[in-house]
Design a protein. Structure first.
Length: 131
């Protein structure tokens, strides 16, 4: 098995709607079936929450998330109590709960987080794929 990638929410959305925003070598690596591709339950929560409050124009996406995860060849990653405890206890001033949970999942599960979020790319853990 190759690399296990956890997609940050914006990367998941780009893969679905704007794949050209992701450089070709990165898209190739994400599409490589030797690598595992994961989408967190946290991303589903973030997408549906932001759609509900009007911060994201997601159309029917929230209703089709499970199928869309499968469409890109990904597996869903559930949230565990261990993930939540770690996210809440990280000595990191970043307050975004979605980001904290994704970082916790990637760290505890030894995943490479795919993101271009500047608040995340310089963290000591987890491993980050960015451009």
């Amino acid at each position: 098995m190759g690399v296990s990638y956890l997609l940050d929410t914006h990367i998941f959305l780009w893969l679905l709607a704007e794949p050209a925003r992701i450089p070709e070598p990165v898209r190739h690596s994400l599409a490589d079936r030797d690598n595992a591709l994961l989408v967190s339950a946290i991303s589903a929560f973030e997408i549906t929450t932001k759609a509900r409050i009007g911060k994201l124009d997601a159309g029917q996406l929230p209703l089709t998330l499970p199928a869309r995860v499968q469409q890109i060849g990904a597996t869903d990653l559930p949230l565990s109590i261990e993930h939540a405890v770690y996210a809440g206890s990280m000595p990191w001033s970043h307050r975004d709960p979605f980001d904290r949970l994704l970082v916790a999942q990637a760290t505890l599960e030894s995943l490479t987080l795919v993101t271009v979020d500047s608040a995340l790319v310089n963290l000591p853990a987890p491993r980050i794929l960015s451009w």
